[in-house]
Design a protein around this ligand. Structure first.
Ligand SMILES: NC(=O)c1ccc[n+]([C@@H]2O[C@H](COP(=O)([O-])OP(=O)(O)OC[C@H]3O[C@@H](n4cnc5c(N)ncnc54)[C@H](O)[C@@H]3O)[C@@H](O)[C@H]2O)c1
Ligand SMILES: [Fe+2]
Length: 374
């Protein structure tokens, strides 16, 4: 017997051409919006033309979002939002941009962002409404109540979570992802796969999220390598964009687990892009967690058209090799002497969502196994 709750208040507009709904969506929110983008997106001709076509909706724009956005970057955006008097925020970009915009929308109507990031204040207060338009297929941030921020002063990268961080509307147009370069396609797609699998095996898993996770994993296994090999394959881009969205909805309630806990120091200390960091340990935690959930994970593997968990783990490793993602710690410049600090810094609270307890000795064994090719 079990009970569960599921709640997603985010309105979702999905499909090629969904970007054309921005005017109508913004019109319902009233007032003018504040646009948040990163320099890469702001300088690309496709996005430039789109932004120019939307200027009537906008009171201002911040176009300097950094990867793995910092609390300082969020404070600058929040100050600009306040000074323009904008009534809502439009995030056009990858997870870094959407996370920065969501956090700035919270801080603009509330307290300094450090208050939330340090855990002193819950992110449950009113925030300005956010319209999220993802341009990568990976983080699912357009439907999650999470913003992952870096605080260089404290040397941490960690999520803030709370209902105030949920976007009001997600406009997911696969067209935006067509220009994503192969390395980013690979990393972001593996991030989405990690969301699906961690939602499915996490201790707070539940049937609605399981169904979303299964479908998401199927779409990503089916099409990610095609999207990587041929970015203009519109069908593959659509399937991966849908997989990323469904994976975001899947993990919104159960949250993520050990793979994401480990990804934070891998990014903060060793500069691995988020999805690369997740991909590195994903197959190892699949194998590790099988002891806790043998039947459920075997069922998942069969749903994905594979014989069992070993075949699914092998499939993940093949995907990494096919997309030139690192498969060993040496590939990313991490050596034996780095492991004690890496283990110590990997125990983010998300680790407690893992279905099989992870001790420091277990984690040392997992990282040590990643020193060699599997
Ligand atoms: N909020 C959440 O629920 C959640 C979940 C997972 C990860 N994250 C966070 O999201 C961040 C990573 O986001 P990301 O993986 O989307 O990467 P990103 O937003 O950092 O973007 C990566 C690069 O891709 C470029 N780019 C984006 N869209 C493009 C396009 N259409 N064409 C060409 N280039 C494009 C950007 O300019 C940037 O250089 C990390 O900070 C991670 O921790 C958040
Ligand atoms: Fe992630």
């Amino acid at each position: 017997m079990f009970s569960f709750q599921y709640h997603s208040p985010v309105q979702i507009c999905f499909g090629y051409g969904a970007r054309d709904t921005l005017g109508e969506v913004a019109g319902r929110l009233g007032g003018k919006g504040f646009l948040v983008v990163d320099p890469g997106v702001a300088s690309s001709p496709l996005f430039k033309a789109y932004i120019e076509s939307q200027t009537a909706l906008l009171a201002g724009c911040f176009d300097k979002v950094e990867p793995n956005p910092s609390v300082g970057c969020v404070s600058r955006i929040a100050a600009q939002i306040r000074s323009t008097g904008a009534g809502f925020v439009v995030a056009l970009g990858g997870g870094s941009t959407i996370d920065a915009a969501k956090a700035a929308a919270l801080s603009a109507g509330g307290s300094p962002i450090e208050e939330y990031h340090s855990g002193r204040r819950p992110a449950g207060e009113n925030a300005l409404p956010v319209i999220a338009m993802p341009t990568t297929a990976g983080t699912g941030s357009e439907v999650t109540a999470v913003s992952v921020l870096t605080d260089p002063a404290r040397g941490v990268k960690a999520p803030i979570g709370g209902p105030a961080l949920l976007p009001r509307v997600a406009i997911v147009d696969p067209e935006w992802t067509v220009s994503v370069p192969p390395t980013v396609t690979a990393a972001t797609g593996m991030d989405a796969l990690s969301h699906a699998l961690e939602a499915y095996w996490g201790v707070h898993a539940q049937p609605i999220c399981d169904a979303l996770a299964e479908k998401a994993a199927w779409l990503i296994l089916d099409s990610l390598e095609q999207a990587y090999a041929n970015g203009s394959d519109r069908d593959a881009r659509e399937k991966v964009a849908l997989g990323s969205l469904l994976a975001g909805l899947a993990f919104a309630a159960p949250k993520t687990a050990a793979v994401h806990a480990c990804s934070f120091p891998l990014t903060q200390r060793f500069r691995l892009p988020h999805g690369v960091a997740c991909a590195l340990t994903l197959d190892r935690f699949l194998e590790y967690n099988t002891l806790a959930l043998p039947e459920k994970l075997a069922h998942l593997a069969r749903q994905l058209g594979l014989e069992g968990v070993p075949a699914l783990a092998a499939r993940i490793r093949t995907m990494k090799r096919n997309m030139s993602l690192p498969t060993t710690l040496a590939d990313v410049g991490i050596h034996e002497q780095n492991l004690p600090a890496l283990v110590a810094e990997s125990f983010h609270p998300n680790m407690r969502n893992n279905p099989r307890e992870v001790t420091p000795a277990d984690l040392m064994a997992i990282y040590s196994s990643l020193q060699e090719t599997h």
